[in-house]
Design a protein around this ligand. Sequence first.
Ligand code: MG
Length: 372
Amino acid sequence: MKIRAVEPLILHMPLTRDAIADSTHRITHWGVVGVRLTTTDGREGFGFTGTHADLASDRLIAACIGACYAPLLVGEDAHEGARLARKLARAPALQWVGRAGITQLALAAVDVALWDLRAKAAGVPLWALLGGPVRERLPAYDTDVGWLSFSADELVARCRHAVEADGFRGVKVKVGHDDPAVDLARLEAVRRAIGPAPTLAIDGNGRWDLPTCKRFCARAEAFDVFWFEEPMWYDDVASHAALARATAIPIALGEQLYTIDAFQSFLDAGAVHWVQPDVTRLAGVTEFLQVADAAHARRLPVAPHAGDMSQVHVHLAYAHPAAALLEYIPWIRAHFVEPIRVERGEFLRPQQPGAGMTPTPDALVRFARPLG
Ligand code: MG
């Protein structure tokens, strides 16, 4: 299964609603930026990272794939997964300029595409190639009901609908206003609306500092918060360790971490309780599994961040024993050959061969952006 062609792709898929915002970002499209690998025997493998659809930086990722990774891939046998993963992750020139940021996002896309190829060649879904399934059911929690840009009334109505009508057993609400009292009032209203049973997680997207988080958590504990995600700056191990010691609310993080070494620092410091690796930001499937194994060895649960909007992560979660639940944001699923499906708050297990990252022919044309 020799690789014949490496074709970078930029797709900008519109959200299924108007622009949304958290404490740090405001977006209208999801950037599906990655690669199509074609083999000499006619197979196609797709892999993507996830971005906020900023064309200038998306072009850097695509250029990195085309200029830096393509020469390392053409002519290689895609079956030689472990050797290829090491070749790509340890390429001397890329190690020098990379290990995070553009090069790592590009590498993630390439690695997922290689796994997609291998799963398709084996004729099985990726979860089966990885030895799964390890569970019968995979619970989903709904993030799309909790944006900071929603009014309090809209937030409460959407959370109640997710729980009462759609059957979700958990929702996630964004926090991070200038005045944390606003967030406390929104949390209280949501908890009152959904009742005591559903899980209620919150996500700060890195906005606040340690003093703000400590004061906020002392009052938020009354609402039985399931986890506080990215309360502070993404790389700040010491502050997260201090917050973990100060509050009963579990700490969740990982969506902005690029390496297993970064995860190890948080794990060693006792600074994280829910581990949230993202296969589209780590060095692909291989490093995702390393992070999940590291969490599992500490008896900590994994809740993958859905930078792929769960297309690949549903496979990984069905294949890894530490993965306890998965984020649900249904913006782009309609544009893939096998869309993720959630029924009564649970992800259905994918059935088609591959990693779930093959866009529909229509999506490949309709959402394509020029590479330069
Ligand atoms: Mg988050």
